[in-house]
Ligand binder design. Structure first.
Ligand SMILES: [Zn+2]
Length: 248
């Protein structure tokens, strides 16, 4: 928190530094050289307009999820994914590197969430199946409804509180009592003391709503896994692609 506040404080001051006019003029540059430079920039600009530069593999996504019906042969799935990746900016060779380790494992998870958790443990691209098309049990339907209600409550409370707290020209901090120009506030943190600018009551209410959502999500997922494990339904491939060129 303290570190964050420092960074934001620094932002306030760097703002002023940026505004300072440039004093240095490059007299040494001859007119000819300047003209050449201008031409270079112009040609570069027109190139940018003509063809939107493709992103490189390192600039693209780090992880991507794909799903396919099991009626597709795995080679066809790979070809289709490769075409998409080449369109995004990968070279074919790079796309092959993304596929390194990609294995279509004949493992059927009970839910999509279970499959995702399994795949997230694997460092390379990988594929498993999960069950689809099983009608939910009455308990699952009830949990899903309660989960949906809590989610809506959380979102509307969050929205209402943000409008109340962060919509004015000046925002007051509950902790250090500063009144800060809204332009310098990145909600919910105070740029002066680094603490949450909302009241403890609001933060607690949000926290308990978030916890209720998390608890219900987990209960739903546990129930669904147990229930689906008793059935064989349809199946679907889920693939997690990992981009090894992404540095972070
Ligand atoms: Zn403060």
């Amino acid at each position: 928190m303290a570190r964050r506040a420092k960074v934001e404080e620094a932002d306030l001051f760097s703002f002023a530094a940026k505004e300072e006019p440039k004093k240095v003029t490059k007299k040494a540059v001859t007119r000819k050289k300047a003209d050449q430079a201008k031409k270079k920039v112009a040609s570069k600009k027109s190139k940018l307009v003509e063809e939107v530069p493709k992103k490189t593999a390192a600039e693209l996504w780090d992880v991507k999820w794909k799903e396919f019906a099991i009626t597709h042969p795995t080679q066809e799935i790979k070809d289709q994914m490769k075409d998409e990746m080449v369109k995004e900016g990968f070279t074919k060779r790079e796309a092959n590197r993304v596929f390194k380790g990609l294995f279509f494992k004949e493992k059927v998870c009970n839910t999509q969430q279970q499959a995702r958790e399994y795949l997230e443990e694997i460092p390379t691209s990988y594929a498993v199946k999960y069950k689809i098309g099983i009608p939910p049990s009455p308990q699952m339907v009830s949990l899903a409804r309660r989960l949906q209600e809590k989610k809506e409550k959380l979102v509307s409370y969050q929205k209402a509180q943000n409008e109340k707290k962060f919509s004015g020209d000046f925002i007051s901090c509950m902790h250090c009592k500063s009144k800060v120009n809204a332009a310098y506030v990145k909600p919910p943190l105070c740029p002066v003391c680094g603490m949450d600018m909302r009241s403890d009551h609001v933060v607690e209410t949000l926290g308990s709503l978030e916890k209720a959502v998390a608890d219900l999500s987990k209960r739903y997922e546990d129930t669904a896994r147990k229930y689906n494990s008793k059935f064989t339904g349809g199946e679907q491939w889920i693939i997690r692609l990992v981009n090894p060129f992404k540095s972070n």
